[in-house]
Design a protein. Structure first.
Length: 272
């Protein structure tokens, strides 16, 4: 392995990036990641998904390095099973988000201490939380007692409705909330400063790794900060044009093993 760019860490989004359309890690991708891990390069899963729905992929890769969940609101160590970092909305903003959901046509998924709460209508989010039906607790949000500290709120609905919610939240709280789309119909509300980029930077500083030593892959709006922070931020072939426009390069489609092929080319080795 040449590793002429002296890469020390590789950060990978899950859906639309590392995973195929069937939400699987292909054999060649798995072999590639395990190959670089065995040669001392850290692999960082960085996803918008919750810990319960994504930790299985961390374990499948067999990386013992901390992973990023909830679009950067949490950094979790899979070895100690402890959160190294976890930020939440304050109780006022959390209550406002829930109150907005009570009159919205967009069902809410709310994450509190790694537990997913949702309504019956919000119990399925096939793209970002495919296991919602089995890991979530179906509740009436109006009965959830204060104080509440949401890690992340996810509204599932059409763009016009989620944009209405976005506008209202920013009018009320400005930059105290960070809003992002992880998919066309999945609108996420995170605490200020919670992005994959800030979380990746925080994690890399912990291990004394600079942005010039990081290769990162993503496809969606919630990957932009991560791809901009890493010197080698790569957009997938299936990525949004706005993501490709800020990336340092482009990989092939996620169904064509784009992550695996780019890593092999970038680091100078071949696995079939």
């Amino acid at each position: 392995m040449e590793n002429r760019h002296h890469i020390k860490a590789i950060a990978v989004d899950l859906d639309g990036t590392l995973l195929t359309s069937q939400s699987k890690i292909s054999e060649i991708t798995l072999k590639t990641l395990r190959y670089v891990i065995n040669r001392g390069i850290h692999v960082v899963v960085a996803t918008g998904r919750s810990l319960p729905s994504a930790i299985g992929f961390v374990e499948e890769i067999n990386t013992r390095f901390p992973a990023i969940f909830y679009n950067g609101a949490c950094i979790h160590d899979p070895v100690s099973h402890l959160d190294l970092y976890h930020t939440t909305h304050n109780p006022e903003i959390s209550r406002t988000i829930i109150d907005l959901s009570l009159t919205s046509t967009a069902p809410l998924q709310a994450f509190i201490d790694h537990t997913l709460y949702c309504t019956e209508a919000g119990s399925t989010a096939s793209y970002v939380e495919p296991e919602s039906w089995s890991i979530g607790k179906i509740i009436d949000f109006s009965t959830l007692p204060d104080p509440i500290n949401l890690t992340k709120a996810l509204f599932i609905g059409d763009f016009a409705e989620t944009e209405r919610i976005r506008t209202e939240l920013h009018q009320m709280y400005g930059d105290l909330v960070h809003t992002v789309y992880s998919h066309e119909h999945y609108f996420e509300v995170l605490p200020t400063g919670a992005t994959k980029g800030t979380a990746l930077q925080r994690l890399m500083e912990r291990y004394h790794i600079g942005a010039h030593e990081v290769l990162a892959f993503g496809d969606a709006d919630n990957d932009r900060e991560m791809l901009q922070w890493a010197q080698y931020g790569i957009a997938m072939g299936n990525a949004h044009d706005t993501v490709k426009s800020i990336a340092a390069g482009t990989a092939s489609h996620h169904d064509d093993d784009g992550v695996a092929h780019t890593i092999q080319e970038f680091l100078g080795f071949t696995i079939t």
